[in-house]
Design a protein around this ligand. Structure first.
Ligand code: SAJ
Length: 447
C-alpha cells in the first residue's frame, strides 16, 4: 500500500493499515520546505502532528519497529502497490475555488506507475464530481487503463477530528463510494481491515456530496443559531435561554418522522477551522461546475455570509460598549481573547479572531491578543499572560471559549481593565452578575 500525503489524515490511516499485519505501507511525503522534515521524523517512529492524539505516537513507533510502515519522497514506489490512498491537501482559494494542483500532480504520478488491478482511494475532501471528472481521466490517460475494469477507484472520506484521529477512523461509520460496483466492493473489503463500525456502500459522487454536506449541515445550523442570536439582541432577550428552551424537546429515538427533537446549535463570534468555512464552497463548486440545472444555493451561501459576518458584529458590539463608557475606538486599548478557532486548542486555521483583528488594527489605539495555547502571531502583540493582556485595556473582547476564560473572576477582570467593558462572544459570563459589578457587559445574542 502507498499513502500519498503525510498529514492528519494520511498518517493515522497509513499506520492503522500497517498495524494489521496485512499491508506493507509506504507513506509519500514531498521534501518541501514546510513538511519535508516529517520523512525522517516518521521513519524514527515519531508523530509530527501537534496536539494530543491518544495512541498515535505508540502506533507509529510500533509499525516503524515492525517494518510495516516507512516514509519516502519517491512517489514511484506506488508501482508496486495493490492499494493507493490519496490523502493530500485540497484547499479552496480566497475566491472559494478548490485548488487541485497537488491532487492533479499526485494523480499523474500514480497513473504513470499504476499496477493492473490496483485499487485507488481518495480520502481527501473534494468537490462533488472530482473523482469522476478530475481524478479518473488523469489516471486513465496516464496509465492507458480503464477505470472500473483494469483498476478500481473509490472515494471514501475521513471523519477525523483534532484529538481523535485514531479513534474516529476505527469507531465512526465509514462511507465507501466506488465508481462502479466492483470498485465499491473492493473498497468495502479494504476498510473492513481497520474500521470497527458499519461500512456504507454507495457511489463516488454520492459519497463526495455526503462528505461536504455533513459539514455544510453544521455550518447552516450554526448560522441559524447566529441569526436567532441577532434577533434576540434586537428584541431584548438572551438567545442562550431561548436555545435551552428550544432544546428541551425530547429526543425520542425510533419514530424519526414524529420525533420532536431539536438541536439548536451554539451562537458565537464566528466559525473557524479547516472544514466548515471550506466545505460549503466545495459543494457549491460541484453544483456550479458539474450540475445540470444551475441555481444559487441561497441557504448555504446565506449561512456562510452570516457566519462570516459575526466577527464584524463583534466589532459593532465593541463600538457600542465603548460608547457606553464614553470612549472612542481610536484612543482605546483593546484586548482580544482567543486566537485559536476552537476551545483549548492551538489551531488557528480560519479563526474569526483574525477577522476582528483586521477590522480593528487601523482604527484602535492599541490591540493586544491573548491565547493560552497559540505561540505566534504575525504583526500584532500576542501574550499568554491574561493579566498582561487585560492590564489598562479599555475593553475585553472574548472570541473563543478556552476553559481559562470560563474560570475567570469578574472582580479580577474589573480590577485589571482601565475601562470595565466586556464584549462576550462565547457566553463565558453571566450578564446580570457583570452588570451588578458595574461592568459594561455586552454579550453576543444577549439583548
Ligand atoms: N461553532 C459554533 N457553534 C457551534 C459549533 C461550532 O460557533 O454550535 C464554531 C466553533 O467555535 C468553531 C467552528 O464553529 O469556530 C468549527 O467548530 P467545529 O466544532 O465544527 O470544529 P471543526 O472545524 O474541527 O469540525 C470538525 C468536523 N469534522 C470533520 O470534518 C471530519 C465536523 O464535521 C465535526 O462535526 C466537528 O469536527 C466536531 O463535531 O468536532
Amino acid at each position: 500500500m502507498t499513502v500519498f500525503g503525510m498529514g492528519y489524515v494520511g498518517i493515522p490511516a497509513a499506520a492503522l493499515f500497517a498495524d494489521t499485519g496485512e499491508f506493507d505501507v509506504t507513506g509519500i511525503q514531498r521534501r518541501s520546505k514546510r513538511s519535508g522534515w516529517k520523512i525522517d521524523y516518521l521513519n524514527a517512529g515519531k508523530n509530527p502532528i501537534k496536539g494530543d492524539e491518544p495512541g498515535l505516537e505508540e502506533l507509529i513507533d510500533r509499525v516503524v519497529e515492525k517494518g510495516t510502515f516507512k516514509v519516502t519522497d519517491d512517489a514511484t514506489v506506488c508501482s508496486e502497490s495493490d492499494v493507493i490512498l490519496i490523502d493530500v491537501q485540497t484547499p479552496v482559494d480566497d475566491t472559494k475555488v478548490p485548488r487541485y494542483e497537488s491532487l492533479r500532480e499526485v494523480c499523474a504520478v500514480i497513473g504513470e506507475n499504476l499496477k493492473k488491478d490496483a485499487l485507488v482511494v481518495i480520502e481527501s475532501t473534494c468537490a462533488p464530481g472530482t473523482t469522476d471528472y478530475v481524478v479518473k481521466p488523469i489516471l486513465e490517460e496516464k496509465s492507458g487503463m480503464v477505470a472500473g475494469k483494469d483498476f478500481h477507484l473509490v472515494f471514501s472520506y475521513e471523519r477525523v477530528m483534532v484529538g481523535r484521529l485514531i479513534y474516529n477512523i476505527q469507531k465512526l461509520p465509514r462511507v465507501v463510494g466506488g465508481i462502479n460496483e466492483e470498485s465499491t466492493k473492493r473498497g468495502m473489503e479494504l476498510y473492513s481491515h481497520i474500521v470497527e463500525a458499519e461500512l456504507h456502500p454507495t457511489t463516488a459522487l454520492t459519497a463526495e456530496i455526503a462528505k461536504v454536506t455533513e459539514n455544510t449541515y453544521r455550518d447552516v445550523n450554526i448560522a441559524f443559531a447566529n441569526e436567532v442570536a441577532m434577533i434576540c439582541e434586537s428584541l431584548g432577550v438572551d438567545v442562550y435561554d431561548v436555545r435551552k428552551l428550544v432544546n428541551t424537546l425530547p429526543h425520542i429515538p425510533g419514530d424519526a418522522m414524529h420525533n420532536p427533537h431539536r438541536n439548536m446549535h451554539i451562537p458565537g463570534a464566528g466559525v473557524g477551522g479547516h472544514c466548515l468555512p471550506k466545505d460549503p464552497w466545495l459543494l457549491k463548486y460541484g453544483l456550479d461546475t458539474y450540475g445540470k440545472a444551475k441555481f444559487e444555493p441561497k441557504v448555504i451561501v446565506g449561512s456562510r455570509e452570516i457566519n462570516d459576518f459575526m466577527p464584524w458584529h463583534m466589532k459593532e458590539l465593541l463600538v457600542k460598549g465603548l460608547g457606553k463608557a464614553g470612549r472612542q475606538l481610536k484612543d482605546s486599548r483593546i484586548a482580544i481573547l482567543g486566537l485559536a478557532f476552537m476551545k483549548d486548542s492551538d489551531d488557528t486555521r480560519n479563526s474569526p479572531a483574525f477577522d476582528i483583528i483586521d477590522y480593528l488594527k487601523d482604527e484602535v489605539g492599541e490591540i493586544i491578543v491573548h491565547d493560552p495555547y497559540v505561540e505566534e502571531l504575525e504583526g500584532t502583540e500576542l501574550t499568554s499572560d491574561i493579566a498582561e493582556a487585560l492590564k489598562d485595556a479599555d475593553a475585553m473582547v472574548v472570541m473563543n471559549n478556552h476553559s481559562e476564560y470560563k474560570q475567570m473572576e469578574l472582580d479580577t477582570i474589573k480590577e485589571l481593565l482601565r475601562t470595565p467593558v466586556i464584549i462576550d462572544g462565547r457566553d463565558m459570563f453571566r450578564k446580570d452578575e457583570a452588570l451588578a459589578k458595574g461592568i459594561i457587559y455586552i454579550g453576543l445574542g444577549k439583548g
